[in-house]
Design a binder for this molecule. Structure first.
Ligand code: ARG
Length: 462
């Protein structure tokens, strides 16, 4: 009794070495529920085309439901001889319904259009789960931003003190890229959802009068693929998904890196909750930011999954080639990675405590108000080029004497430039500096409040 899908023209079965190489059930089993859903839609379309009687259809649907339950309970598992999840499930159906009825389902479909469809279904499901986890991270950042509205911190460029900003502004700067990732996931979902490949067959389409649009609708797609060759051969939808997950990883890793820095003795900006820190086996005093470090590390892994997949796809001729079986493990890994990483990362962010006094005290240091002096001069009518020079001279005077900008006396200011009247002191405070940056997108508190509202509206609409 041949269990393989292609016994007809072969005199011998596959070598055991080939079977070992070929087998994918150990990783594609997670597609089983989607394969079974696809089989039900396919049975319905065969029935509509007059290829299954009413009785055949109900028997098949019952058999598929029973098999679905057996897969869920673990009563039905892959056999070592099953090449892939599709082969195994066909075997399961034949075992339940007999070869006569169980063997009818393969008409008009190929594992090529099957797997291209199921993989889309799987990724659309998990794309939504990942989106939900990203949303929760954005909410945790927004909650921290709201809690600390009004707290100043040193804003940096080149990792050097640059200008004071609100802590909330900085936290939200990490939230917006994640909001764009949510947009990316939604746009990806719509694009993938518009093209169901079921009905493409092996590559050339179906001759059996099956309606691809019907299957598409049954499986939650908004349309079917216009080209059956493309339908079976394209994997850009996988690469795009891998890119978005890698981008999420990269966005999270940039925040992770800052948490790691902020958690050092030297920065001392944050304290990690015990539930989200680890200790050392030898150094009793240690409290390590492992969640953030793992996030930083896993970004590399997510990027690797994307690059590996693109390397597999590069220069692959049309249509289906078995290379394409290598498309699954990388993105399964990306899904698993984010689904484990994001809840821990969100927990770490939600429970982070900030040393607000230290942030406030450091905000003006490193002559972070020098730009404010220059811009104040511009408002007095001084050309920016000259204003920049004058402010630079103030910084130089302070550096020579080991003091800070507000420590310069009125006479010091006047000696540097007659434009520097005592009024310049109005911008020599962190609060004044922050309040002055009040155009859209700026760090003034009213703008940051608006920004928080805008972010929350984007979240509820996404
Ligand atoms: N398991 C394969 C994959 O994931 C699908 C099978 C197609 N095999 C074939 N010989 N046409 O790509």
């Amino acid at each position: 009794e041949k269990t393989s899908l292609w016994g007809g023209r072969f005199t011998s079965g596959p070598s055991s070495a080939l079977t070992e190489l070929s087998r994918s059930t150990h990783f594609d089993w997670r597609l089983a529920p989607y394969d079974l859903a696809g089989s039900k839609a396919h049975a319905a379309v065969l029935h509509r085309a007059g290829l299954l009687t009413d009785d055949d259809l109900s028997a098949l649907l019952e058999g598929i439901d029973a098999l679905t339950a057996d897969v869920a309970s673990g009563d039905f598992v892959a056999h070592p001889d099953d090449e892939d999840v599709h082969t195994a499930l066909e075997r399961g159906l034949i075992e339940k319904l007999g070869p006569e009825l169980g063997g009818r389902l393969r008409a008009g479909r190929s594992r090529n259009d099957q797997v291209a469809t199921l993989f889309r279904l799987y990724l659309r499901d998990h794309g939504r789960q990942v989106a939900q986890l990203v949303r929760e991270l954005v909410e945790a950042l927004a909650a921290q931003a709201e809690r600390h509205l009004g707290v100043a911190m040193p804003g940096r460029t080149h990792l050097q003190h640059a200008q004071p900003v609100l802590l909330s502004h900085h936290l939200l700067a990490h939230a917006w890229p994640l909001v764009r990732d949510l947009d990316r996931l939604a746009e990806w979902d719509a694009r993938v959802g518009a093209e169901s490949p079921y009905g493409s067959g092996a590559l050339a389409g179906s001759s059996l009068g099956l309606d691809p649009e019907q299957v598409a609708t049954d499986l939650g797609f908004t349309g079917s693929t216009p080209n059956s060759i493309d339908g079976t051969a394209a994997r850009d939808f996988v690469a795009e998904f891998a890119y978005i997950t890698a981008q999420v990883g990269v966005d999270v890793s940039r925040l992770a890196e800052e948490i790691i820095l902020w958690n050092t003795k030297e920065f001392g900006f944050v304290t990690l909750d015990d539930g989200y820190s680890t200790g050392s086996s030898i150094m009793p005093q240690k409290k390590n930011p492992d969640v953030a470090e793992l996030a930083r590390g896993k970004a590399g892994r997510l990027i690797g999954n994307l690059s590996g997949l693109l390397a597999t796809l590069k220069a692959l001729p049309l249509a289906y080639n078995r290379d394409l079986q290598e498309d699954k493990e990388p993105v399964f890994d990306s899904v698993d990675t984010l689904e484990v990483l994001l809840p821990a990362f969100t927990g770490m962010i939600a429970t982070l405590t900030f040393d607000t006094a230290r942030l406030e005290a450091l905000a003006p240091q490193g002559f972070a108000l020098a730009t404010d002096v220059a811009e104040w001069l511009v408002r007095q009518g001084v050309p920016f080029r000259e204003a920049h020079e004058i402010s630079g001279a103030c910084v130089q005077a302070c550096e020579e004497r080991g003091i800070d900008l507000p420590d310069l006396s009125d006479d010091d200011f006047a000696a540097i430039s007659p434009h520097l009247t005592p009024d310049v002191r109005s911008v020599l405070t962190v609060a004044g500096s922050i309040a002055s940056r009040d155009a859209r997108g700026g760090t003034a508190q009213a703008r940051v409040s608006d920004q928080l509202g805008e972010l929350r509206r984007r979240l509820t609409s996404s």
